[in-house]
Design a protein around this ligand. Structure first.
Ligand SMILES: Cc1ncc(COP(=O)(O)O)c(C=O)c1O
Ligand SMILES: N[C@@H](CCCC[NH3+])C(=O)O
Length: 417
């Protein structure tokens, strides 16, 4: 089982856990992100159990969905975190996450962010360039600290995914080329305020095959062997995130098969295994609830104009990503082929093309698989307040982020007088 679904029809009504989505729309309005805490809990446990006796740490990639309630839920389950900014660090701390289970990735860490992470005593910096290593050493020295470091190595492996979310090929900006890793590790080993602790790679997102993970892990293990001969001790091996989910007809490996493959390849290595899953932890645990405002039938096309838009859910516009769109109440009437579009003034503002649905004005729709890179990539384009977020736990519904108001949007703006 690659993910757990808490969204199902009872008679003709779509439910999340024990709550009808129509009830959520009536109480909190639309657009609204809806998450299932059971789905997140179950998925975390599937990851955790799949490691068996193997020493491991799951560092959830905060960028996928950084709502405090989700971070707190994962922290209570024992999860660590992968962060890419000082802002994400602050969220992890605020949500009760353990800095000693937190790794800091990203090519552009600022001195302020480095200071904050050193002050918080995070587990490890995933360093992405020689220059960053030097800056980290200098700042750690000024603070009287020793910075724990993994080098993020770019293994030059094709992840076979959308080019915008492939990160482990030599032309990508991420990581240190494998050919330079040995030299930079020996430099790190000698720097007075750096403690080498791990080895890291992350080759991309929404991978639907195991082979690229194995190819990258193989390269990491070769490097690990070389580092050992150089006298560099590696305590943990971080194999990144990237496991895909099913949006449409993809058939990604199950979580169990993926973890088993990683554990098998690293079988003879005593290092702790770290992973940084984002999408596979929360993607199928959330949906975006939206209401049909207008139906427009032209001689060319049928449009369903809904109240969610590309500012709420950017993935279709940015990657031509497919998200399944389900009616909250199944209807028996005549179906038409609809373009599901939002109110934003961009032709690229769509949530789905060519969907066969029977619709009437005010119907509710659920944009599925929206738990990852949905709310976290949302914006206020067209001065649209961001959607509310709710989390369902059995029959209880918690508002975990209130809908923004327009006043919130211009609260920091000033007239030049
Ligand atoms: C360094 C790093 N780790 C982890 C992730 C999480 O990836 P995913 O959501 O595909 O599991 C990402 C995003 O691709 C990333 O850049
Ligand atoms: N934002 C992307 C994934 C990028 C992962 C970040 N490294 C998506 O929505 O699919």
């Amino acid at each position: 089982m690659s993910s757990f679904s808490s969204f199902e029809y009872r008679d003709s009504q779509l439910f999340v856990e024990s709550v009808p989505l129509a009830e959520i729309a009536a109480k909190f309005g639309t657009p609204c992100y809806v998450y299932s805490s059971a789905a997140i809990r179950t998925t975390y446990q599937i990851f955790d159990h799949a490691f068996g006796q193997r020493d491991h740490l799951i560092c959830y990639a905060v960028k996928a969905n950084s709502n405090l309630a989700i971070l707190n839920l994962l922290a209570r389950l024992g999860s660590g975190f992968d962060i890419v900014s000082g802002g994400e660090l602050q969220r992890v701390l605020k949500a009760g996450g353990d800095p000693q289970k937190t790794v800091f990735s990203g090519v552009g860490k600022t001195p302020e962010e480095i200071r904050a992470a050193l002050a918080a005593n995070i587990l490890c910096f995933n360093v992405e360039s020689e220059m960053e290593l030097m800056v980290l050493n200098e700042i750690a020295g000024q603070m009287g600290k020793i910075a724990p470091v993994s080098l993020r190595v770019n293994p030059d492996v094709d992840a076979n995914t959308h080019p915008y979310i492939s990160t482990g090929m030599k032309e990508n900006k991420f990581g240190i080329p494998a050919a330079e890793a040995g030299r930079i590790y020996s430099l790190a080993h000698q720097l007075p305020h750096i403690q080498v602790s791990g080895l890291d790679c992350h080759i991309g997102s929404q991978l639907t095959e195991i082979a690229p993970f194995i190819e990258a892990a193989d390269k990491m293990l070769d490097l690990l062997a070389r580092l050992q001969t150089m006298g560099v001790t590696i305590k943990h091996l971080d194999l990144g995130g990237g496991l895909g989910i099913r949006y449409d007809r993809e058939s990604p490996p199950s979580i169990e098969a993926y973890i088993k493959a990683l554990c098998t390849i690293a079988e003879n290595h005593p290092q702790q295994l770290l992973i940084e899953p984002g999408r596979s932890m929360v993607g199928n645990a959330g949906l975006l609830l939206t209401r049909v405002h207008y139906l427009k039938h032209t001689s060319h096309r049928n449009f369903a104009i809904v109240d969610a838009a590309m500012n709420d859910m950017l993935r279709p516009a940015l990657y031509q990503a497919y998200h399944s769109i389900l009616p909250v109440t199944k209807r028996t009437g005549e179906t038409k082929t609809y373009q599901i579009v939002g109110p934003v003034c961009e032709t690229g503002d769509f949530l789905g093309h060519d969907r066969n649905l029977a619709l009437t004005k005010n119907d509710l729709l659920a944009v599925m698989s929206a738990g990852a890179y949905g709310m976290s990539m949302s914006s206020n384009y067209n001065t649209r307040p961001r959607a509310a977020e709710v989390m369902v736990d059995g029959s209880t519904v918690h508002l975990i982020r209130a809908r923004e108001t327009v006043e919130d949007l211009y609260a920091l703006e000033k007239l030049p007088i």
